[in-house]
Unconditional design. Structure first.
Lengths: 294, 176
């Protein structure tokens, strides 16, 4: 290893980055995945950046038209935030169901996206909420949708090792509800076998303008347009069409894989639970009059 | 980027490996240590500070045997980079005893027969400690959630949950 830096601002990070040249770079957020991935094996040329000392990467704020979420916020801070629960409910669900208390206290939302695990929980929730990531690199600042960051390839994303995610912006959309759920091997502390996030506009028991993202079908979040269309159908056809669309999509994403029958039945169960959660949330927000993107 | 001060971390080169000097509080005492960049908190605690109560089970943050408190929050010390504990406060089960008296959680584990082989016990107790600091009267469901990251292969959990419930009751009695 060549060096370890703990920059205190984006500006300082970029100045240090410029000094590193082509050396291999490791950006360390909570470290929960990084330590397991590296297992003490660092190349001689590796340069490490500890992101834990940068206040610009922290904070959860309601900015009227969007929520600002610092990339170094932990799963614990996210699921205990009232603002997130009200306006970005799917993300709150995902953060609460990720890992154990111990992992949630350390794991960060930026790290969860940057690590590019196909079984990650928060990327599908962020994508369904239409979140964008503010990314800095030597070439400047750019804003990418979470879908653009995820990219098409499994186990990697479109970011380079010189890109730092500073924050996420989650649009606040009134009259929308959202939910996330996963199925894993242990009841509470598990890596998702299948996860799914859904958001939709809710009015008088009907859904429209839905977004559906499924995790673990080879990548952290794949959008499923046919399931989105199914959600807008009339109530009597909705549930079955939604399930059929999900199963067909799984077959297209991972054809012939041994886990496909399991994933299909898990998706159908998730579909039932998510519909129930969305309807309940829709009714509750209509009742309270506090309709907000949730 | 040569060795030496880089503005943030003081680096020392010892036989070709870079060590970082850190200062942290462990069980109330200020400790200084030199750690490697990829060193884990569990290695620092067990190998450099001799705190072998911190057990390594899975080494991947899944079993909770290595749970310690960092600034009052439960963390798996096998997935915390040691250098990130610079300036922080670490509490292990060794730091719970005060003036020769066991912590109420430790005593409750003994009284409720919540210890069998004992390997998971330090981690279980630290997860329970983190819970009771925040929520002194948790429901059984809240106890289950707080301990969900700790695996026990002997007891079947019932006695452990009873022990945490008993500790909470005893804390409540003391406050009354």
């Amino acid at each position: 290893m060549k060096g370890l830096f703990a920059p205190q601002s984006i500006k300082e990070f970029l100045a240090l980055l410029a000094e590193c040249g082509k050396n291999e770079k490791h950006l360390i957020a909570g470290g929960t995945d990084w330590l397991i991935k590296t297992r003490g094996n660092l190349s001689e040329e590796a340069v490490l950046f500890d992101l834990s000392k940068m206040p610009e990467l922290r904070g959860i704020e309601n900015k009227e038209s969007f929520l600002r979420l610092g990339s170094m916020e932990t799963m614990t801070s996210i699921h205990s935030s009232g603002v997130i629960r009200l306006h970005a409910t799917a993300l709150s669900d995902a953060a609460a169901s990720m890992g154990s208390v111990q992992i949630r206290n350390r794991a960060t939302v930026g790290g969860n996206l940057a690590n590019a695990s196909p079984a990650a929980d928060t990327p599908s929730a962020l994508a369904v909420l239409g979140a964008s990531a503010v990314v800095f690199s030597l070439s400047g600042r750019r804003v990418l949708s979470v879908e653009e960051v995820l990219g098409p390839c499994p186990n990697k994303n479109t970011l380079s090792d010189s890109d730092i995610i500073m924050e996420f912006c989650i649009p606040l959309r009134k009259e929308y509800v959202s939910a996330f759920k996963k199925i894993g091997s242990r009841s509470e502390v598990s890596i998702a076998r299948v996860n799914m996030a859904v958001s939709a506009r809710y009015e008088d028991g009907n859904f429209s303008d839905a977004r559906v993202f499924i995790g673990t079908l080879g990548s952290a979040a794949k959008r499923c347009p046919s399931a989105e269309t199914a959600l807008s159908m009339e109530t009597s056809l909705r549930e079955q069409s939604f399930k059929d669309a999900l199963c067909e999509f799984a077959g297209q994403m991972i054809p012939g894989r041994s886990t496909l029958p399991y994933k299909k039945s898990a998706l159908m169960a998730l579909a039932e639970d998510l519909l129930e959660m969305l309807e309940e949330r829709g009714r509750a927000s209509e009742k309270s009059g506090e309709k907000s993107h949730g | 980027m040569n060795e030496g001060s880089n503005g943030n971390k003081e680096l020392t080169m010892i036989v070709g490996v870079i060590f970082l000097k850190i200062e942290l509080k462990v069980n109330g005492k200020l400790r200084r240590a030199e750690v490697e960049a990829s060193e884990r908190l569990i290695d620092l605690l067990r190998q450099k500070l001799g705190l072998v109560s911190v057990k390594e089970g899975c080494g991947a943050g899944e079993c909770g045997a290595c749970t310690v408190l960092m600034d009052g929050e439960a963390v798996c010390s096998c997935v915390v980079p040691a250098f990130q504990t610079d300036g922080h406060d670490i509490l292990t089960v060794d730091g719970l005893e005060e003036n020769g008296e066991l912590d109420v959680i430790q005593q409750s584990f003994i009284d409720c027969d919540a210890v069998q082989c004992g390997f998971c016990t330090p981690g279980m107790i630290m997860s329970a400690k983190a819970l009771l600091i925040k929520n002194p009267s948790p429901s059984r469901e809240e106890i289950r959630t707080a301990l969900a990251g700790n695996i026990c292969r002997c007891t079947g959990y019932t006695q452990i949950i009873n022990a945490v419930e008993t500790a909470a009751e005893r804390i409540g009695e003391c406050r009354r």
